[in-house]
Write a protein that binds this ligand. Structure first.
Ligand SMILES: C[S@@+](CC[C@H](N)C(=O)[O-])C[C@H]1O[C@@H](n2cnc3c(N)ncnc32)[C@H](O)[C@@H]1O
Length: 244
């Protein structure tokens, strides 16, 4: 067991309720990440789906509406409570840390594993992806999204006045100002593209689709300036990979 709290828990403990309330309609989540991730999912009816790092359950709820059988987990206790309150006994909701093996799940038990905006909080992906590969059935599919490596690099380059290498993996910390006050300080890792794709390949999964999403029209209605910016600089990247 890890002794120190995971980065994810340290981050989201600060503002789980505010995240749950605001991310439901916040353009970066509702009009950018959410539609991008669900565009990579199909045939959900009856599918066994693992929602890894479910947060307040936006995807869990959508998956249930599509007729999926969902197991959802998160490391932040309040996120687990919020998701559990939303879905009751329609899904299995657990507190679990992705740094630990998925010991609640049998080999080859899921048709899909989704992990939207979670892996940014984990430094070493190899054990995590090995577990995703283990619990996926043959032909099962992993879909995840994270901060775009070039977007993260550009953001840091402007901020650090050019003294930054795209090729480094490094922990970063920044206050998030979009979820009200007090601003939570969020710590996460950025990494170059090869450190995103190669761990997936090394886990034995086959890359199937890389999506560099653009925001939807509804994003433009809420935040025209952010919409234009995301047409010039990427914010997130989504990866779909299949277990052969
Ligand atoms: C940006 S939120 C995304 C929530 C949800 N996937 C979504 O897209 O709406 C990140 C979530 O990842 C969870 N998380 C971060 N590190 C984690 C870990 N090591 N194990 C499980 N969950 C983690 C956080 O607690 C938080 O709820």
């Amino acid at each position: 067991m890890t002794t120190e709290k995971s980065l994810g828990e340290q981050n989201y403990n600060q503002f789980a309720d505010r995240y749950a309330e605001m991310a439901e309609t916040k353009p970066h989540n509702a009009d950018y990440n959410f539609p991008a991730v669900i565009s990579l999912l199909d045939n959900m009816a009856g599918a066994a789906v693992l929602d890894a790092g479910c947060g307040p359950g936006f995807f869990t709820q959508w998956l249930l509406e599509q007729g999926a059988q969902v197991t959802a987990f998160d490391v932040t206790p309040r996120m687990v409570e919020i998701t559990q309150e939303k879905v009751g006994n329609r899904a299995t909701v657990l507190r679990h840390d992705l740094h630990e093996p998925l010991d609640f799940a049998a080999d080859e038990s899921f048709d899909w594993v989704i992990c939207p905006l979670v892996l940014d909080y984990i430094e070493d992906w190899s054990p995590v992806l090995a577990e995703f590969a283990r619990v996926l059935k043959r032909k099962g599919i992993l879909v995840f999204s994270i901060g775009h490596p070039f977007g993260d690099y550009l953001w840091l380059k402007y901020r650090r006045n050019h003294e930054v290498s795209y090729f480094d993996r490094e922990e970063m910390a920044t206050p998030w100002k979009g979820f009200g006050e007090p601003w939570p300080v969020i710590r996460f890792f950025r990494r170059p593209l090869n450190q995103i794709l190669n761990p997936v390949i090394e886990a034995g999964l086959v890359l199937d689709y890389i999506l560099e999403p653009l925001p939807t029209q509804s994003y433009k209605d809420k935040d025209p300036e952010g919409y234009e910016k995301l047409h010039q600089e990427p914010g997130f990247i989504c990866i779909r990979a299949v277990k052969p």
